[in-house]
Design a protein around this ligand. Structure first.
Ligand code: NAG
Ligand code: NAG
Ligand code: NAG
Ligand code: NAG
Ligand code: NAG
Ligand code: NAG
Ligand code: NAG
Ligand code: NAG
Ligand code: NAG
Ligand code: NAG
Length: 550
């Protein structure tokens, strides 16, 4: 995160997780778990006909409930990784502003965007409401106030592509006051407020995205400083169980030395929503007595492996991946960010990109060219030192005409730990705010724009292309390696979501060096050594890092 000093990031109270050689660990546990599962099935089969049926069925249902609880609770690890340092630095109910864009030198956030500055506020509402001010920002500047519960559900938005009106908003739990209100943004009965945001839980966050250009950071800082937050004491009671203030509820729950699964179950105790699904109680989680009591005979490793397998399985289902065209796909466009009772998707997304936005606020298409004959990780392209990727855009992507924008960002690095690519010019992304040119030399944006094709060259940072390519050159890692081209569309118009816009054609080519001379690729046939989806990579990451989609 920007603006935070290294020394203050790790807290005594809420320490961040440690890496613990996760890759070897995962493989080991995975194999063991499969064996356990087969044994369990055999045991179940053997005892079905015996008088022990009831005991086994109840052990089985505790086991299932624990698997469910983990699937339900895994996003809380992402919450812990991202928000614990912020809570420790500024506390709850206070704005925390990032003042600078990320650079290749920043390694804390995986796959950071270089399109927006963030502001964060962690709200803590067991005994009070909070009032925030949303400043007056011109329509042609992108701003989006997104409200999330700790599970990463984006239940309300105020800003570009949605409802936007400057002024004061009241943030309160949906079940405080006269009966239960609908979760989300509602009208206020008081003239003091533009709107009321009814939160699904006592705890959650507001994440603000401010559209950044090369020159507007000072202006964004003014907007950030114009955001206020005040506690509003309330005599109104909560309908349902009370909860302790955030810091108090968190004190005993997170153990830096423990494995993810017990941490998830303990975090669930602290962040259990009102009206939790019954499986949480069956798994031994009780918000009422603030404890996790493991039921007898539960194999946590098995439950953990089963839950993660279910989460990963959902992301590779064809039905979850909407095919756009030219091998670009969109993960669950109708449910991403909302999830409903799709806890598997919710968990999977929290492992690969916490705090996703819903369409049309933003969409994040993935280039997926992985198949049996071309194994690798979805989204990842492996380049030899003399290879490049040429992306041919059919025309300007259709984004919100007032304040929408788009970018293609390049990430490099190891599986599960992708960062901005170091390069001499500090170019990490290209899009509508950069000086892209058409092949005839005209500017794609800001000139006499036409609807024709333009190209972006993703080529190693140590192989400069000819001068006419410079403004369309997005540096890939020097010497080649894994590169992840990430498209982001903020304020996406329907053709982008529906796939009626023709997405960029993506071709692996030899590097372009001389006067337009293309060197034939020698790396044809090379493949990445790890098979699986990008989410698999992210599971490695969730132990120790923060991934924000954008
Ligand atoms: C537990 O889950 C398994 C597999 O999902 C299922 O077959 C079984 O019926 C469940 N058992 C109980 C007691 O819910
Ligand atoms: C708020 O009131 C306006 C009319 O004043 C109405 O158009 C709008 O739908 C209402 N919004 C909600 C969330 O009730
Ligand atoms: C944290 O977890 C480790 C490893 O499981 C355990 O040895 C230790 O007792 C735990 N600490 C607390 C305070 O529970
Ligand atoms: C659960 O899965 C994660 C990720 O694969 C792994 O690191 C951990 O050891 C597993 N087991 C537990 C008990 O958390
Ligand atoms: C917590 O409450 C549950 C029931 O809600 C109960 O089964 C469990 O024993 C309690 N744990 C403690 C430590 O009191
Ligand atoms: C990528 O696109 C090509 C051409 O449309 C198609 O033949 C191929 O099956 C696609 N690959 C994947 C993994 O969808
Ligand atoms: C784009 O070009 C203009 C004029 O040539 C220059 O002033 C500006 O800094 C460039 N912007 C970027 C992002 O390179
Ligand atoms: C650069 O010039 C070559 C040769 O004329 C042309 O093929 C290519 O499209 C140009 N690239 C850009 C980005 O204008
Ligand atoms: C746009 O086109 C007009 C007419 O052809 C020309 O006069 C003008 O200079 C062009 N502007 C730019 C920025 O290329
Ligand atoms: C897509 O996969 C095909 C093989 O199926 C391969 O020839 C091609 O280079 C791949 N494209 C990219 C950009 O990796």
């Amino acid at each position: 995160m920007n603006g935070r000093k290294d020394g203050t990031r790790r807290s005594m109270l809420l320490p961040a997780a440690q890496p613990d050689h996760p890759t070897c660990f995962n493989q080991h546990r995975g194999v063991r778990s499969t064996v356990f599962e087969i044994m369990n099935l055999l045991i179940l089969f053997t005892v079905l006909s015996s008088t022990l049926f009831h005991t086994t069925a109840s052990a089985q249902s505790s086991q299932n409930a624990t698997t469910f609880a983990l699937l339900y609770g895994y996003p809380l690890l992402a919450w812990q990784n991202y928000y614990a340092p912020i809570i420790n630095e500024v506390g709850a109910n206070t704005w925390y502003h990032n003042r600078n864009l990320q650079t290749a030198a920043d390694r804390e956030v995986v796959k950071p965007n270089v399109d927006t500055l963030y502001s964060n506020l962690v709200y803590d509402l067991p005994i009070q409401n909070i009032e925030i001010t949303i400043p007056d920002i011109p329509a042609d500047e992108f701003k989006l106030f997104s409200f999330y519960d700790p599970y990463g559900v984006n239940y309300a938005n105020v800003g570009t592509s949605g409802f936007y009106k400057p002024g004061k908003y009241l943030i309160k739990p949906y079940n405080r006051g006269n009966g239960n209100s609908a979760v989300g943004l509602t009208n206020s009965t008081s003239s003091r407020y533009v709107g009321v945001v009814n939160t699904p839980n006592f705890y959650g966050t507001i994440l603000v995205r401010w559209g950044a250009t090369s020159s507007n950071l000072p202006q964004i800082h003014k907007y950030q400083d114009a955001c206020s937050a005040f506690l509003v004491p309330t005599p109104d009671a909560i309908v349902g169980p009370a909860a302790p203030p955030l810091l108090q509820s968190l004190i005993p729950v997170y153990n830096d030395s423990a494995l993810p699964a017990p941490n998830v179950l303990n975090l669930l105790v602290a962040f259990e929503p009102p009206n939790p699904p019954p499986q949480l109680a069956a798994a031994g989680i009780s918000a009422w007595n603030h404890s996790y009591t493991p039921p007898p005979n539960v194999d946590l490793d098995l439950a953990n492996a089963t839950a993660l397998r279910q989460a990963l399985a959902t992301t590779i289902l064809p039905s979850t991946n909407k095919a756009l065209n030219n091998n670009w796909t969109l993960l669950a466009p109708s449910t991403l960010g909302i999830y409903g009772d799709d806890y598997a998707l919710r968990a999977a997304v929290s492992l690969s990109g916490y705090l996703a936005l819903r369409a049309p606020f933003a969409i994040y298409p993935t280039f997926n060219n992985v198949s049996a004959s071309n194994p690798g990780n979805a989204g990842v392209i492996f380049l030899e030192a003399d290879e490049a990727v040429l992306l041919t855009f059919s025309g300007k992507p259709p984004v919100d005409s007032q304040a929408g924008f788009w970018s293609l960002t390049a990430y490099g690095g190891d599986l599960g730990s992708y960062h901005l690519v170091p390069n001499e010019r500090d170019v990490y992304a290209l899009g509508d705010r950069s000086n892209l040119t058409y092949p005839n030399g005209g500017r794609v944006y800001g000139g006499n724009s036409t609807g024709e094709e333009f190209q972006i060259l993703l080529q190693p940072a140590d192989v400069p292309p000819p001068a006419n390519w410079t403004s369309n050159w997005l540096p890939a890692p020097s010497g080649g390696g894994n590169v992840v081209p990430q498209l982001r569309f903020y304020g996406a118009e329907e053709p982008l979501e529906e796939g009626t816009y023709v997405y960029p054609k993506v071709e692996k080519i030899g590097v372009i060096t001389g006067q337009g001379v293309t060197v034939p690729a020698t790396g044809a046939g090379s493949s990445v050594d790890v098979v699986g989806g990008s989410v698999v990579a992210a599971v490695v990451c969730v132990l120790a890092c923060v991934v924000l989609l954008g």
